[in-house]
Each structure stands twice: as structure tokens, then as C-alpha cells.
Design a protein around this ligand. Structure first.
Ligand SMILES: Cc1cc2nc3c(=O)[nH]c(=O)nc-3n(C[C@H](O)[C@H](O)[C@H](O)COP(=O)(O)OP(=O)(O)OC[C@H]3O[C@@H](n4cnc5c(N)ncnc54)[C@H](O)[C@@H]3O)c2cc1C
Length: 519
């Protein structure tokens, strides 16, 4: 298996495949990981993917939960606040996590080395072709001048970022969702905390100079400033300009020491690839989608791609599912990625767009909207979509049906210890039950080798002889009750394939799936 790109998406993909026993070679044209400032935020679902890749503890050691998001006016006065609980959220990790992408790159590289993933640097992929046999071949250029070679691969995973060569090779285009803005990104080390008292993210809603500000980790701070046509980023990263740009934050701490660690200009865009797969060549991460960073979801979407595709690819390559299963990758991922990008564009425009009058109106409107019940939760919720019906997601039978949605991950008590649910579920399919399981769902679970996990009293063994029992858990019991389900069949990525209500009701998919479809 060849992974193109040793960014966070490529390395996570290789780690997830290693867990299914699939060896990968990761190729990257750069000698070192990307040195410039980039991602600083991941949500709980993205960290759950890192957990599946075996690195969430290492990630927790280099990140911190964020207190939430504030909206500030041009004079840096807060007019809306969305708090985030630092404890575990729906997916078992803090809802909002701040970190430095270079720390994540480093820990993923360490984990890859331990997992036996081969990472070859200064190797550029120059072409990808599908042979008559249906398998792809990758053309590469090595570090020594003039060295070229062709590598055969069972599949090629294009995780090669925004300017993806793999995307060009498969003839995929980028659909523009209508957003282009230049921003200046500054990472600064500060001796004194500027404007202390709040440890979340600040968004300055000022159409004259929109900005984002946060403490990342330790004494490292991130500012992002919108640039205007004709503004020169190189000029704005000179020490005097940095001091002037960040001065409003230091009004209360004059003379505070600040070191510019890195400054870079980025053009934020909103695009989605029109094809994510041709034969056994796939696009993941920034190669497949680009988003402005207003909701901190660009890398998170890449990690979700990796989680969605790797178990399917493993099942197909290991002969447990037929090739059709791979069609569900784009069908499931593209709508979610596009919905997230559109949310980021909307939020970005609402926070930063408009003329003076519109900007003046924004503050009371946002403040009033936030007083509506549930507004905070809705505004902060990551964009989640239900996966469409397919051979691995039953058609939902009522609006609350859990099929196609993701199972929560509480801490559970199992085998004498408190652990996260996914650690009990394992790496394959699982049947999670809190009541009787209809025979057809049990048969489907058996066909895919699912591990049976029952909610109940430890040691109590029921008719269905669970592999594991986890103690009654209010989060899981409440989730099943709201979804009117007694049992759910979970895919390896924790998406509900089928849910059922007890022996009287059938788990009935809308069409029959063959054993091989099930993976
Ligand atoms: C200022 C900024 C702030 C951001 N903030 C956030 C945030 O808070 N949260 C978030 O989730 N996301 C954020 N993002 C987005 C996030 O940084 C990206 O989504 C993420 O880096 C994408 O990872 P990737 O692995 O898909 O691609 P990349 O990290 O770009 O990695 C691609 C790799 O492929 C290699 N490569 C490219 N072409 C070839 C080739 N032909 N042959 C071999 N190798 C090749 C490159 O050298 C590179 O190492 C931000 C981005 C920016 C710019």
C-alpha cells in the first residue's frame, strides 16, 4: 500500500491500516515535516480517530482543552460567549482541543516508526497510473538527481495536501464553494499572558480587521489577521508591525516580552474534489477538500476520511468484502466535508463580513440569537450528517433511527476497570445490546464476526452470551432509548450499520446484503 504524503492525514491513515495488519510505505517529497504554523484545534471526534490510531494519550500530553469561543467587537469587548466543558464530550475526549500541529506531526511520526510504517522522504510522486490488472503504479522521483522509479501498489492513498499530484493524476477537479481570503498567521511566544482571564478562542468581528486569537499551549499564542488587497504579509511580520498588530491585546501588560516564532500568509479557500476515487486510487485530507479554518475542522475532516476509508479498504484487500464497498467512501465523506466547509464559510462571513452598518447590527442580533434555548449548543456543534443508506448502513425507518449516525463514547466500567467504550469494542464490528437481539441482527453480526458487548450487570450472562459485559451506562442507555433501539450493529468506525428494537421487530435493511458486502 502506498500513502502519498506524510502529513497528519497520511500518517494517521498508515497507522490505522497497520492496525488491520496492512503494511504501508509513506512517500513525502519534503525532507522534514511542514515547518509553518497551521492547525491548532481538533474536536472530540477527530481525537477519537487518533485514539483508534493509538496516539490519543500522546496527543493529550501535548494539547489542552479550550474553554470555548468568544465573539469580540472591534474594541475587543466580548458580546457573545460559547463555553466548552473541558471534560469528555460525546466522543470521549474534550470537545475542543488546542495544540501545535508540529507536535502532532512529531508524535505521529514516532508512532509510525514503532508500528513499522516505512516513511521515505525526499521522494516525490510524479504520476499514478492504473495497470490493466486494475492495480495502480506510482511514478516517483528520488532524492538523487535524475533518479526515477515505478512502484506497484495494492492501492494508492493520495494524502498529498492542497496541491495534490494524485488528484491531478486521477483527473479530479476542485469544486469551488465560493470563498477566498488572504490571512496572516502569527505564532508568538509571550512572557506575560496578554488579556488574561479567558483561556478559549477569541474571534474579533471587525470588518476592518477581522482577527482570531488564542493561547495555544504553554506560552505560545496564535493570532490570525485578515489581509486586504495590496497588503504585504512580509512587511506585516517585521517586529515593529507585529508589535503594532498585537498591541490591543497587551494594553493591560505594557512592555510584555513577545517573540515572533513564525509568521506566514495563507489564502483560505473553500473547495471539494469532484471525485475521491478512481479504481484503487483515493483522495484524503486536504487533497479532497479545503476549508477556511473558522471552525477548526480542516484536519479533522482528513482524520475522518482516514477512519472511514481504512476499515473498508482492509476488508476489500483481505477478501472480506467486495470492491463495491469502496464506493461508500465518497458517498459518506463528501456530504459531511461539504456541510462542514459551508458552515465554516457562513460563520466566517457572519463574523468578519459586511459593511459598517451590517457590522454594527451584528452584535445585538447575535446576542439575541444566543439567548434562544439550545443556541449555544447548536452554534458550537460540529457539523454532523447521517451517512446515506448503503450495504453498510440500513435505511432509517424513523427520524430518530440511529442507522448512519455515530455511537457516543462514554467511559464504561468493564472487567474491573474504567475504560473508554472503543477500547472494549475492539477494532472490528461490534454488536452493542441493552435488550433482546432479534435473530436476523444476530445473524448479521455473526456474519461479520462482530464482538458482542452487552450493557448490564457484570458477570450476568444472557441468552446471547456476550463477549464482554459493560456495566449499565446512562449515556449509552439514553442514546439507545432515544433512538428506540435495544441493540445496534456498529461498524469498525463506530457508525451504526443497523439498529433494532427487540425480537418482535426486525433489523431489516432495505435490501439484502451479501456476506461479502458486510466486510
Ligand atoms: C493557518 C491555518 C490554520 C489551520 N487551522 C486548523 C485548525 O485549527 N484545525 C484543523 O483541523 N485544521 C486547520 N488547518 C488545516 C490543516 O492544517 C490541514 O487541513 C492539514 O494540515 C491537512 O493535512 P494533510 O495531511 O491532509 O495535508 P498536509 O499536511 O498538507 O500534508 C501533505 C503532505 O504531502 C506531501 N506531498 C505533497 N505533494 C507530494 C508529492 N507529489 N509527492 C510526495 N509528497 C507530496 C507534502 O510534502 C506534505 O507533507 C489550518 C490550516 C492553516 C493553513
Amino acid at each position: 500500500m502506498v500513502v502519498v504524503g506524510a502529513g497528519p492525514t497520511g500518517l494517521t491513515t498508515a497507522l490505522l491500516l497497520a492496525r488491520y495488519g496492512i503494511a504501508c510505505t509513506v512517500l513525502d517529497r519534503r525532507a522534514e515535516p511542514w515547518p509553518l504554523p497551521r492547525a491548532v484545534h481538533l474536536d472530540d471526534e477527530a481525537v477519537r480517530v487518533l485514539q483508534a490510531a493509538g496516539v490519543s494519550d500522546a496527543f493529550a500530553a501535548v494539547s489542552r482543552p479550550a474553554a470555548g469561543l468568544r465573539l469580540l467587537d472591534a474594541r475587543l469587548r466580548p458580546f457573545a460567549r460559547f463555553r466548552r466543558d473541558p471534560g469528555p464530550a460525546h466522543h470521549g475526549h474534550p470537545a475542543s482541543n488546542l495544540f501545535d500541529q508540529r507536535d502532532l506531526d512529531a508524535l505521529l511520526l514516532d508512532a509510525a516508526a514503532r508500528a513499522g510504517v516505512v516513511v521515505r522522504r525526499e521522494v516525490a510522486v510524479t504520476g499514478v497510473a492504473t495497470e490493466a490488472s486494475g492495480s495502480p503504479t506510482v511514478a516517483i522521483r528520488g532524492p538523487a538527481a535524475g533518479t526515477t522509479a515505478r512502484l506497484p501498489a495494492a492501492a494508492v492513498l493520495g494524502c498529498d495536501g492542497a496541491d495534490s499530484t494524485v488528484r491531478q493524476c486521477i483527473g479530479a477537479g476542485l469544486r469551488d464553494l465560493g470563498f477566498t481570503q488572504r490571512w496572516l498567521v502569527l505564532d508568538v511566544r509571550c512572557g506575560e499572558p496578554p488579556r488574561g482571564g479567558w483561556d478559549g478562542v477569541d474571534q474579533v468581528c471587525d470588518h476592518r480587521r477581522a482577527a482570531t486569537f488564542m493561547r495555544v499551549v504553554g506560552d505560545r499564542y496564535r493570532w490570525e489577521f485578515r489581509l486586504f488587497p495590496g497588503e504585504d504579509a512580509a512587511e506585516l511580520t517585521r517586529p515593529r508591525s507585529v508589535t503594532a498588530l498585537t498591541a490591543p491585546w497587551f494594553a493591560a501588560v505594557p512592555g510584555a516580552h513577545r517573540d515572533l516564532l513564525r509568521g506566514a500568509e495563507y489564502t483560505f479557500r473553500a473547495c471539494v474534489a469532484d471525485r475521491w476515487r478512481v479504481d484503487r486510487v483515493f483522495l484524503l485530507g486536504d487533497a479532497a477538500h479545503l476549508t477556511p479554518p473558522f471552525v477548526g475542522q480542516g484536519l479533522g475532516a482528513g482524520l475522518r476520511d482516514a477512519h472511514n476509508l481504512t476499515w473498508k479498504l482492509a476488508a476489500v484487500l483481505q477478501g472480506r468484502a467486495d470492491d463495491q464497498l469502496l464506493d461508500s467512501y465518497q458517498a459518506e465523506r463528501a456530504p459531511q466535508a461539504e456541510a462542514t466547509i459551508r458552515t465554516a464559510v457562513r460563520i466566517g462571513r457572519a463574523m468578519t463580513g459586511g459593511n459598517g452598518a451590517a457590522a454594527a447590527l451584528r452584535r445585538p442580533i447575535v446576542a439575541a440569537l444566543l439567548r434562544l434555548p439550545g443556541a449555544e449548543r447548536r452554534a458550537l456543534a460540529a457539523t454532523t450528517t447521517r451517512h446515506p443508506a448503503s450495504s453498510v448502513v440500513d435505511r432509517h425507518r424513523h427520524p430518530r433511527d440511529l442507522a448512519g449516525t455515530c455511537c457516543p463514547q462514554p467511559f464504561v466500567w468493564s472487567a474491573g476497570a474504567t475504560v473508554r467504550l472503543d477500547d472494549v469494542l475492539g477494532t472490528g464490528y461490534s454488536l452493542l445490546c441493552h435488550g433482546p437481539v432479534p435473530a436476523d441482527l444476530r445473524d448479521r453480526a455473526h456474519a461479520v464476526g462482530a464482538r458482542t458487548v452487552r450493557l448490564g450487570q457484570p458477570g450476568a450472562r444472557g441468552l446471547d452470551d456476550p463477549d464482554t459485559t459493560v456495566e449499565e451506562n446512562p449515556t449509552l442507555a439514553g442514546w439507545l432509548r432515544r433512538g428506540r433501539a435495544d441493540a445496534v450493529l456498529l461498524r469498525p468506525d463506530r457508525v451504526v450499520m443497523s439498529s433494532s428494537r427487540g425480537p418482535g421487530s426486525r433489523s431489516r435493511p432495505t435490501w439484502r446484503v451479501s456476506r461479502t458486502d458486510l466486510g
